[in-house]
Write a protein that binds this ligand. Structure first.
Ligand code: 6AU
Length: 261
């Protein structure tokens, strides 16, 4: 299913979730639909990458629980970089438990994710109660949930009827849910949701642990999703800044081609 609406037009449709609206606006202003997965294991490495590529991206995706020297100073510095370069912070926590547990995982513990993240990933496997547990905090802080509708990995069980149910669950919770992690635009996905796709790389088609890759132009033009999420393709390259620029240019050109088709 194709989307021919611009990010600007979709920002107006996305008035049910402030973070979706903010991301659509940021994409049109910055002319970028690139998110980078900063899967590095020390504070210094993540911050160095964020500073190097910040001007190319709209979203920096973290897995804070893999950072060996994580502390509150890390969050402070990352926030400063997000303001300097104008990008949003996405903690890819993939919450999946019952509502009561998830509430603590989101707000408490070492990471206090709710205090600094603009968006987080949520699995629908436990049922809609999981979304309710975010409601107060997400609405108050104007954050967004990204529901995992499909995964990039081989043999994923997020397929078929499950995927359809995830989309329906999101539609019932438009105030909290800003979009999906998915591999394609499906016919029942309304235009006010942001579609973000991981498993994107130019140089490889797979890794040794089940990850599967598509190219940025295939994802944005053929599969009609909005934001590409690139990890190793960028942070493992010799020159992450110029590689990020390359992915950004391809993904944005693909978006413009999609609009004009
Ligand atoms: O480009 P890579 O393979 O180095 O990194 C892909 C990033 C990783 C994964 O945790 C994440 O994207 N990811 C997700 C997300 C974003 O939720 C879902 C998925 O289906 N596949 C996937 O790789 O940080």
């Amino acid at each position: 299913v194709k989307s021919h609406l611009s990010f600007q037009e979709r920002s107006q449709l996305a008035n049910c979730n402030k973070m979706a609206q903010k991301l659509f606006r940021l994409m049109s202003e910055k002319k970028s639909n690139l998110a980078v997965a900063a899967d590095l294991t020390t504070k210094a490495e993540v911050l160095k990458l964020a500073d190097a590529i910040g001007s190319e991206i709209v979203v920096l995706k973290t897995h804070v629980d893999i950072i060996s020297d994580y502390d509150e100073d890390f969050v402070k510095q990352l926030k400063a970089l997000s303001e300097k370069h104008k990008f949003l912070i996405f903690e890819d926590r993939k919450f999946a438990d019952i509502g009561n547990t998830v509430k603590y995982q989101y707000q408490s513990g070492v990471y206090k994710i709710s205090e600094w993240s603009d968006m987080v990933t949520v699995h629908a496997v436990a049922g809609p109660g999981i979304i309710d547990s975010f409601k107060d905090s997400v609405l108050q802080k104007e954050c967004g949930l990204l529901m995992l509708a499909q995964m990039s990995s081989k043999g994923s069980l997020c397929v078929g009827e499950y995927t359809q149910q995830v989309v329906e669950m999101a539609k019932q919770n438009q105030d909290c849910v800003m979009g999906f992690i998915c591999q394609e635009r499906l016919s029942n996905m309304p235009e006010h949701f942001v579609l973000m796709t991981p498993g994107v790389q130019l140089n490889n088609t797979a890794d040794t642990l089940g990850q599967q890759y598509n190219t940025p132009d295939y994802i944005v033009q053929e599969k009609s999703t909005d934001v590409i999420i690139v990890g190793r393709g960028i942070y493992q390259s010799q020159d992450p800044k110029s590689e990020a620029h390359k992915y950004r240019t391809i993904a944005w050109d693909s978006y413009e081609k999609r609009l004009s088709k």
